[in-house]
Design a protein around this ligand. Sequence first.
Ligand SMILES: Nc1ncnc2c1ncn2[C@@H]1O[C@H](COP(=O)(O)OP(=O)(O)OP(=O)(O)O)[C@@H](O)[C@H]1O
Ligand SMILES: [Mg+2]
Length: 329
Amino acid sequence: MKEEKQPIFSVKNVVMDFKVGGKGFFSAKKTLRALNDISFDLYKGEALAIVGESGCGKSTICRVAMRFYNPTSGTMNFENNNIHKLKGDGLKIYRQKSQMIFQDPFSSLNPLHNIYYHLERPLKLYHPSNKKTMKEKMDEYLTMVGLVPPEEQGSKNPYQLSGGQRQRAYLARILAVGAEVIFADEPTSMLDVSIRLGILNLMNKLKTENGKSFIYITHDIATARYFADRIIVLYAGHMVEWGEVNKVILNPKHPYTKLLIAAAPDPEREEAVELPVLKDEESEVTVWTPESKGCPFRSRCPVAEERCSREFPEAREVSEGQFIRCFHQ
Ligand SMILES: Nc1ncnc2c1ncn2[C@@H]1O[C@H](COP(=O)(O)OP(=O)(O)OP(=O)(O)O)[C@@H](O)[C@H]1O
Ligand SMILES: [Mg+2]
């Protein structure tokens, strides 16, 4: 029997509702549906980019995965176990193997301690019986992330490092903890453009050489293409297009993806992406609630039909490995 490749992290039909408002005497609480029917698989050594405009739910996916919230419905599995049901050792292992890297490299390290201190604690906790000396282990992680010479960089406090070096130090720390799946929420957006590529190259090395898996959240389509294998385009908490990164970026099919991608010129794209013209009357971003129906993009969509206000289309494969949820075409 052919053995099927198993995803390391798998999301099935996740819905996430938040109660919002309701602070004043007369204002009732409303329910905002931040994520609606999100499903994807992430495999070992693979990077999956999640893109979409501000407020579309990208960080919420990470926060649910970090167990800040239980999903309203649906499941997230790590190595086939539901992460929101984990207890005891299973939970400890998940906390070790799933790590997040944040936008702001200034807040993720303790300014009072040097970089060695940040590595020593997780190594003592998680790898106590290793034969190597603590110094050897720490230097190995620093070298792995390009903080060299390690003895010089390891003795520095965070304020003596640049933003890019801090992101490297933070990556060394989460690797020392035991990260296998890394949720990177705009990890380069606060860095100088010249430093961004270095961090992306490092993440790429961790992916290809060390088999780490990444969920890479970004506004930057060009870096998504550079680093990720597959991509999901989110709109108002809905997956509207997803698939192999080159297919989606070079030949987007959903009107929203076209809009997003046309805003990011790519010299390799053979044909110009035909830019949909937004409707004037209702071009504000959709706020989705559990009662909302239809396609969330319809009020801005230039090709919306009557049925788009009633139904959200089923996923369909428009070319091998590329899917959209849209009736058009
Ligand atoms: N704890 C919460 N309570 C209420 N609403 C929330 C909560 N967390 C997120 N939201 C709402 O859910 C939606 C998605 O937020 P999220 O932070 O995931 O967006 P994002 O795609 O990461 O945006 P950005 O690109 O600006 O970081 C937003 O409308 C946000 O206001
Ligand atoms: Mg965010």
